[in-house]
Structures are given as C-alpha cells and as structure tokens.
Design a binder for this molecule. Structure first.
Ligand code: IPE
Ligand code: IPE
Ligand code: MG
Length: 245
C-alpha cells in the first residue's frame, strides 16, 4: 500500500509561452506559434503512450481575441492547418476530438473543419482529445447558469433542488469530467480563465519551459510528479490512504 497516485486519467495543458520563445530568439511572435503548433502532435502521442485517457488543450482563450489581428489570423490559420494535418493520425489512433468554447466565433472555414473532424472521430474510442478554443471558464459557467435558470422558469426544476451535479452535467466537459492534472508551461502560475469549476481538486504543475520547447520527456516529468503526490480531497493523509485500498 502506498500514498502514491496512479497515472492521471485526464490531463489538461495551458500551452503558454510561444510568443516569448520567439522574441528571445529575435523572431516574430508568430514564429513561436508555428513552432508551438508543431509540438502538439508529439505531446498527444506521448499522453496516449502514458495511458492518459483524456487530454484537454487550451489553444485559444476568449481573451486572446483581443490580440493584434495579424496574430489572431495566424493562430486561426494554424488551427485550420493543424486540423487537416491531424485527421489521419486521429483516425489511425482512434482519437476522439471534441471542442469546448465559443466555436461560433471562429472563422467559418475553421469552424467547418473542426466540426468535420469532430464528426469524423465521434465513434473513436481511444484518447479523448478536447480542444479549448475561444474558451472562457467564466463564460461557460454563465451559460450553465442561464440553462438552469431556463429550466427553473419552465417549471422543470425547482431552484432549491439545484445541486452540484446539475452544473457538472451541463458543463461542456461533461463527457470527460474534471482534469486530474493541469500543466502550464512558460513559468506563469495562473489559471487564465481555463476550467474554473472543473479544477476544484486538480493537481497543478507549473514549468518554466516554454511551450515550443515542451517535449515528451517533459510531459513524463509532469506525470511523474503527479504520481508522487497524495490527493486528499479534504481528508486527512491517513483517510486518503485508506480510501485508496
Ligand atoms: C500561448 O503562447 C499561445 C496562445 C495564447 C494562443 P502566448 O502567445 O501566450 O505566448 P507568450 O505568453 O506571449 O509568450
Ligand atoms: C492562456 O494563455 C491561453 C492559452 C494558452 C491558450 P495567455 O497567454 O492568453 O494567458 P495570460 O494572458 O498570460 O494570462
Ligand atoms: Mg501567454
């Protein structure tokens, strides 16, 4: 018996630091995005190899729309190309793709490609890959509140009966649940409006490595750190240990 935790089933990553990676090399920020985008495939493969069941990648936040329009267009174009490039791998490896966030804000071509890839992979039973695009945790919670309020107004649900499970069921991440481990690259130690509700008990892992430098071995190190932690969920260390056996 040990207090150690197993491989995380659900890993979420804030892929940060592309811009600074490029600027440090005297290159434009978009060069960092190109390199960062090229990293994604290896990390998905490694997550799969490590036995991770669900991987959620923060690719673009609602707030990122406020960046210079050239940068936003490059990011959209990279997403579009990435979707085309990864189709084959997704089908070969039985990866199921989902998207969370305000996808209706994406350019038509990107949205179409995303919808197609999601549809194409819907029966895949391997790694559950979720892309957070145009995502905001607060926006997601606001929408859940709106949907529940509508149900109350329609007389389907009593306000006093609203419980945590109603939120959990209405969240866009309902099919994959809460992340066990969150990784953020680039040295920033914040959540930046990512999965706010879902991360109540997520283990956090911050690394100074910039996303374009984040290698499969770095993912293994993060997973390794996770497996050496004891998740207590508010209980005592002893109780947590006993709950595992
Ligand atoms: C992450 O890298 C990619 C996106 C947010 C789309 P950044 O572009 O935020 O890079 P830094 O943080 O400015 O270095
Ligand atoms: C968070 O990174 C969003 C993504 C990585 C997609 P940001 O670079 O946008 O976050 P802040 O602005 O540093 O908090
Ligand atoms: Mg950043």
């Amino acid at each position: 018996m040990s207090g150690f935790t197993e491989t995380p089933k659900h890993v979420a990553i804030i892929m940060d630091g592309n811009g600074r990676w490029a600027e440090r090399r005297g290159r434009p920020r978009i060069f960092g995005h190109v390199r960062g985008c090229a990293r994604v495939r290896d990390i998905i493969r490694e997550a799969d190899r490590q036995g991770v069941k669900a991987l959620t990648l923060y690719a673009f936040s609602s707030e990122n729309w406020g960046r210079p329009s050239v940068e936003v267009s490059v990011l959209m174009r990279l997403l579009y190309k990435w979707l085309i490039r990864e189709r084959r791998e997704m089908m070969d490896k039985s990866i199921r793709l989902r998207a969370i966030g305000a996808v209706d804000r994406l350019p038509e071509s990107v949205r179409k490609m995303l919808t197609e890839s999601i549809g194409m992979s819907k029966d895949n039973t391997g790694l559950q890959l979720t892309l957070a695009v145009s995502y905001s945790g607060r926006d997601e919670l606001t929408q859940v509140a709106q949907r529940l309020a509508r149900r109350v107004a329609a007389g389907e649900l009593a306000a006093d009966d609203i419980g945590e499970h109603h939120f959990a069921e209405e969240l866009s991440t309902a099919p994959v649940g809460d992340p066990d481990l969150l990784i953020r690259t680039s040295g920033e130690q914040r959540i930046s409006n990512f999965l706010l509700w879902q991360m109540a008990y997520t283990e956090l892992y911050f690394t100074d490595t910039m996303w374009p430098d984040f290698k499969p071995s770095d993912l293994r190190m993060a997973i390794d750190s996770f497996t050496r932690r004891q998740r207590r969920f508010g209980l005592t260390a002893r109780q947590a240990e006993e709950a595992r056996v």
